[in-house]
Each structure stands twice: as structure tokens, then as C-alpha cells.
Write a protein that binds this ligand. Structure first.
Ligand code: BES
Ligand code: MN
Ligand code: ZN
Length: 499
């Protein structure tokens, strides 16, 4: 899909389909009024006849239009004018794009970007429109034997903006496109079946990305991990025939001496639970347990596309958690790369085990900040559902920065406590500490475990167990939190000294 910015009055912009908003109670938006005027009152006539109410999520395609400017007009319901905020805007764009997809129009002029969204800038509306449009158009059909027959005609979408705030609009568009490409990449990887997408496959995908986007690649294999003393990561991989990989991609857009942002993603390509095995229902969804790692790779793609003037290292700790004759047992004690010993009381708490060694390994970069991203706990889904990701941090400034990036990208997080009081739950009688902390506050104690490996740098942890994928009819990866991470890094780039 091609995206571009258009200015000027809509009746002067030729298009196969003009997309305009109508508020509930039949109130035409400004661009709808302009189009109405250019088409001799065709829209006000429709509304007057009672054929379109402007209810949120509704659309009406007008396929025979007066005049020669537009072949079609798509009316999009915006809901009540007083309630037109972020959620309603995104829903309007989603409804518009899914309706456009069913038409024969090869290009469209999206005027929804002109409708003011309370408290948000024009730039925000542009980035969001691109991201939501691409999200709506996304399909995962690479595993189907027959490709879909009705390929959409839609090739390009122009985003209509009022006055030319040139630089801003183009930058917002670029951020939207890069974010969407990063999300698509992450979604594809996460949606792939676990028999194809194993650690070695992820490493190969990272290598291909490194080649096409000028990133530096490093992959550690099992021998390297043994040499480095990564006892926790290795303990997870033991039960699998698939060898683990620690994948690292670097983008060096900043000065030689500027400390990098390090992103670390959980890359469990399938989580059976190991010897502490999960039950059968929905176990297939544990192929998404590498979604954190996929979001890191997707974000690295976006960073390279945007050529951000900062240094970023993206790490994926990839392994498969399987039972087997060689698998780790509950009660096993391992020594992590940090030297701390861990009693593995539950082999299903494997995410923290692969992450902790990656967190120690990345100390070599002397990071400005480390953010780990993980589908870490079912408890986080119980706490926050599928709306917000859980945010934990050992530094208040970083917590605020991540929270604000999530808010700006509408990829929201909720700041959870990381108080020492919770650390007691990890007590072990036999090792330095255990890998589980019991039922209460399961998402918090998982973060507490990770905090013990983040003593050397400012750190934030995102528990994306509830936000990385959808279940049920729309089962599939969401691409979150790529929008948050890209926004965070764009923010860092804005305040970075020129390289
Ligand atoms: N990958 C799971 C977490 C998960 C479960 C994410 C369900 C999304 C949906 C993780 O490895 C896990 O199994 N966590 C355990 C931890 C427990 C044993 C302390 C959990 O949440 O049950
Ligand atoms: Mn698990
Ligand atoms: Zn897991």
C-alpha cells in the first residue's frame, strides 16, 4: 500500500473514492460539507433521506456521484461529535479501510485525517491512520494452499490534511509507514506455526533483515552460551531438539560513544511448559510466546527504515520449551550468567530464565536503558486484560518515558509496582532464589525476578501476555508493542545530539 499526504480543497483532488466522516445525528464533517458542495448536495440529500445516521462503525458507499472529481464517495459514521476521541477515530479509519477493501477503487482520498481529535495533533492523526489502515489490511495467508481470490483493488491511500505543515506531516507519515512495516514483520513471525518458526528460523530471519536493512548481526549458539555460563537459558532449551539462539541486531545511527538503547525480546518459539506441562486447551497459542522477540525484530526494521540518529541493539533470546528425557526438572538448580543461582520450581516459568541471561549478556554494551518485552505471565492477562501491557521499571524517569510513548502511540501500558516487599515471595531454601513466587501477584513477582538481573542499568519490563495476540475468531498476532517501541525511540532520537 502506498500512502501520501494531500492538501487543498477536496473537490480539487481527483480520486476513485473520497472518504468523509459524518457525525451522529446526521452532521456532516467539514470535508463532507466541501464534498457535498462539489457534488451539488448529494451527501446532504442522502442524510436528509435518513439513509445514513453517522453511527460509529457504519459506512455507506455512494457509487454514482455527480461531477467528475470522484468516482465514489464513502461515508463513514463518526459517532457523537462530543465523543470523538482516539478510540472513535481509530474505529472510523478501520471501518473506512475495510469498506474500501470491498470496492473496486484503486485509490482513495481519506479525509478523516482532517477531523479534529480532542487533544491530538494532525501528525498524530496521520501516523495513526497509516498504522490502523495497514493493521486492517493485514492478512496472513502464506500457509494456505489456495491464495485468496478477491485480491483488493486498493493500491494507494492519500491522507488529506488542512494547511501544509509540511515537515511534520511527512515525518508523521514516515513514522506510520515504518511502524506498520515493523508490525507486519512481527505479526508474520508470530503467526507462523511453531514447526516452522523455531529459534534457528528466527536467527535466519534476523540475518535476512540485517542484510536488507544494514544492521549488524550477531548470533550466539549453544556452545557460546555454555562458554558464557548462561545456565538459565540453557536449562530451558535442554528438553528440545531445537537448539537455542541468542540473536542480536545493532543499528548504529548515533555517535560512536553514545550509549545504546537495548531491547530484549522473549523468543520462546513454543511453550509446552516443559515438565511442568500446560493443559491442552489453547496450547496452540503458545506459538505466540516469541511475540516479544518478534516485536524487537519488527522495531529494528522500523528503526532502520527511519534511519534514526541513535544506537539501538535488539536482542532475541530464542529457545523452545519442551519436555523430554533431557529436560530440566522442577527442583533443578542452575547458575545464571550473573553468578546468581536459581531453583527452578516450575519449568513453565521459562521466560524469565531465558531473559535473565540475555540481560546479563547485554551489560557489555553499557546500555543507556534496557527494555525487555515478554509474553511473561498469565497473571498479567488477569490483571490488565487485553487492553494495556504491564509496565515495570527500576527507574521512575524511564517508566514515565515508556508510559508516555505508549500513550502517544495508543499502544498503552499500565505502571505496576515493583516493591521490595514482593521479593520475599521468591525465597528459596536451596538456591539464591526461586523462579516462581506463588499465585499472588504473579506478574509482579516475575518482574521482581528480572529486576535482580537489571542492577547495572536503568530498565523497564513490558509484560505483553494480554496484548501480543488475540484469541477466538480473530486469532492472530497484533504486532504490539511495536508502535510503543518505535515512538519511544523516535522520542529518544528527537532529543539526541546530532551524530
Ligand atoms: N508464556 C507463558 C505466559 C502466558 C500464559 C502468556 C498464557 C499468555 C497466556 C509463561 O511462560 C508461563 O507459562 N507463565 C506461567 C508462570 C507461572 C508458572 C509462575 C503462568 O503465567 O502461568
Ligand atoms: Mn511458560
Ligand atoms: Zn512462556
Amino acid at each position: 500500500m502506498e500512502f501520501s499526504i494531500k492538501t487543498g480543497s477536496p473537490e480539487k483532488l481527483k480520486s476513485a473514492c473520497a472518504v468523509v466522516g459524518v457525525f451522529q445525528a446526521r452532521e456532516l464533517s467539514a470535508s463532507a460539507l466541501a464534498v457535498d458542495k462539489a457534488t451539488r448536495g448529494s451527501l446532504s440529500a442522502i442524510v436528509k433521506q435518513g439513509d445514513f445516521e453517522g453511527k460509529a462503525g457504519t459506512t455507506l458507499l455512494v457509487s454514482r456521484v455527480e461531477g467528475k472529481v470522484f468516482e465514489r464517495i464513502l461515508l463513514v459514521g463518526l459517532g457523537p461529535a462530543g465523543e470523538f476521541r482516539e478510540k472513535a477515530y481509530r474505529e472510523a479509519v478501520r471501518a473506512a479501510v475495510s469498506a474500501l477493501r470491498q470496492t473496486g477503487a484503486s485509490d482513495a482520498l481519506l479525509c478523516l485525517t482532517e477531523v479534529p481529535v480532542g487533544g491530538r495533533s494532525q501528525a498524530w492523526a496521520i501516523t495513526q491512520a497509516v498504522v490502523v489502515a495497514m493493521e486492517t489490511l493485514y492478512r496472513f495467508d502464506q500457509m494456505k494452499s489456495q491464495p485468496e481470490r478477491n485480491e483488493p483493488a486498493l493500491r494507494s491511500i492519500s491522507l488529506k490534511v488542512g494547511a501544509r505543515t509540511n515537515v511534520d506531516a511527512e515525518a508523521a507519515l514516515a513514522q506510520g509507514v515504518a511502524t506498520a512495516q515493523g508490525m507486519n514483520f512481527a505479526r508474520d513471525l508470530a503467526n507462523l506455526p511453531p514447526n516452522i518458526c523455531h529459534p534457528t528460523y528466527l536467527a535466519a530471519q534476523a540475518a535476512a533483515l540485517a542484510k536488507s536493512h544494514r544492521l549488524k548481526l550477531e548470533v550466539l549458539d549453544q556452545k557460546d552460551m555454555e562458554r558464557l555460563g548462561m545456565g538459565a537459558l540453557l536449562a530451558v532449551a535442554r528438553g528440545s531438539r531445537q537448539p537455542p539462539k541468542l540473536i542480536s541486531l545493532s543499528w548504529n545511527g548515533g555517535g560512536r560513544k553514545s550509549a545504546p538503547v537495548v531491547l530484549i525480546g522473549k523468543g520462546i518459539t513454543f511453550d509446552t511448559g516443559g515438565i511442568s506441562m500446560k493443559s491442552a486447551p489453547e496450547m496452540d497459542e503458545m506459538k505466540f510466546d516469541m511475540a516479544g522477540g518478534a516485536s524487537v525484530l519488527g522495531t529494528m526494521k522500523a528503526v532502520a527504515m527511519l534511519r534514526l540518529p541513535i544506537n539501538v541493539v535488539g536482542v532475541v533470546a530464542a529457545a523452545e520449551n519442551m519436555p523430554g528425557g533431557n529436560a530440566t526438572r522442577p527442583g533443578d538448580i542452575v547458575t545464571t550468567m550473573s553468578g546468581q543461582t536459581v531453583e527452578i520450581l516450575n519449568t513453565d516459568a521459562e521466560g524469565r530464565l531465558v531473559l535473565c541471561d540475555a540481560m546479563t549478556w547485554c551489560e557489555r554494551h553499557q546500555p543507556a536503558v534496557v527494555i525487555d518485552i515478554a509474553t511473561l505471565t498469565g497473571a498479567c492477562v488477569i490483571a490488565l486484560g487485553h487492553v494495556a501491557s504491564g509496565l515495570y521499571a527500576n527507574n521512575e524517569t524511564v517508566a514515565r518515558e515508556v508510559q508516555q510513548a505508549g500513550d502517544a502511540a495508543w499502544d498503552r501500558v499500565w505502571h505496576m509496582p515493583l516493591w521490595d516487599d514482593y521479593q520475599e515471595q521468591l525465597k528459596s531454601n536451596f538456591a539464591d532464589f526461586a523462579n516462581i513466587g506463588g499465585r499472588p501477584a504473579g506478574s509482579v513477582t516475575a518482574a521482581c525476578y528480572l529486576a535482580r538481573f537489571a542492577r547495572k542499568y536503568p530498565w523497564a519490563h513490558l509484560d505483553i501476555a494480554g496484548t501480543a495476540w488475540k484469541s477466538g475468531r480473530d486469532k492472530g498476532a497484533t504486532g504490539r508493542p511495536v508502535p510503543l517501541l518505535v515512538e519511544f525511540l523516535v522520542g529518544r532520537a528527537r532529543s539526541a545530539p546530532p551524530a
